[in-house]
Design a protein around this ligand. Sequence first.
Ligand SMILES: [Zn+2]
Ligand SMILES: [Zn+2]
Length: 323
Amino acid sequence: MKAIIWGSCGSLPSPASSSAIRQKVKNALWAARSEQFQSEKQVDDFLETLPHSTHGTYKANTSCVQIDAGTEDVILCDAGTGLRDYALTIPADAQPRTYHIFVSHLHWDHIQGFPFFSPAYVPENTIIFHGFHSSIESSIRKQMRAPYFPVPFEAMQASIEFDIQENGSNFDLNDVHIRTIKQEHPGDSWGYRFEHKNKSIVYSSDSEHGPESRNSDYPFIDFFNKADILIFDGQYTFEDANNSKRHWGHSDHITAVELAARAQVKQLVISHHEPSHGDLEIESLCAEAAAYRQEYNQQNTSKSKHAYPETITLAYDGLVIEA
Ligand SMILES: [Zn+2]
Ligand SMILES: [Zn+2]
């Protein structure tokens, strides 16, 4: 099973500006000033030695993650603008399919890609929204109404269904079992844990973890327990999450490490990046997270025990992570 990140930016799409791209090119050229490249492969190999912030960016599209469990049906989490980039990978002559979209909540950054989702305009396709907000259908329809969008929902010819469940419900899709949890976020949000053949991927976006997260019976410790991959909302700095942005519904990179360590998560993926943070700033938060991981494990793990999370990765659009 693998997770494919199609949208890692929180709140609104934030592609790199021309000046930011120019700075990246400048940094790369400067770093390469003493290299003698004989092939494009050597250039690619050299780029791999540079930080991701030099040759890429961490945030462009808003939330969308594909869970690839090898099923015929497609499994997606949220329908932010990353959904459109996913749709661009579908061949024009693709066989009709069923697309399942698990909705965390209805804030704009989690649904605004759907009007651009090309499979929704193909009559033979089926799209099923799964979630807990009774207003999923009306929200999806409303954002396509005039004057917000030129094409009405009714122009979508695929069969579009809405599977709305009560809090506490789980899902089964082919041989994938999906557990859920209600999260602290304005208007509520839900996290999803996908389990398949002894592997598990948790998608937990837009979720605040307040002081109660330090309790030993905090339910997220069980929900994240031994996950192979945890995709976590680390939008804020620890300082902001606990002070000026308390109750805004997001978490931070330090809390990400602490919960992942307690739950013995293997791969921690920090996502839903703050749009006002530059790529270097996001990398420095990740470096702080890595330092905290070491500090936390020195204090809480005896030498013989394994340290968690094994890896900390920053999400970016196009990242593929194997469980
Ligand atoms: Zn969001
Ligand atoms: Zn939100």
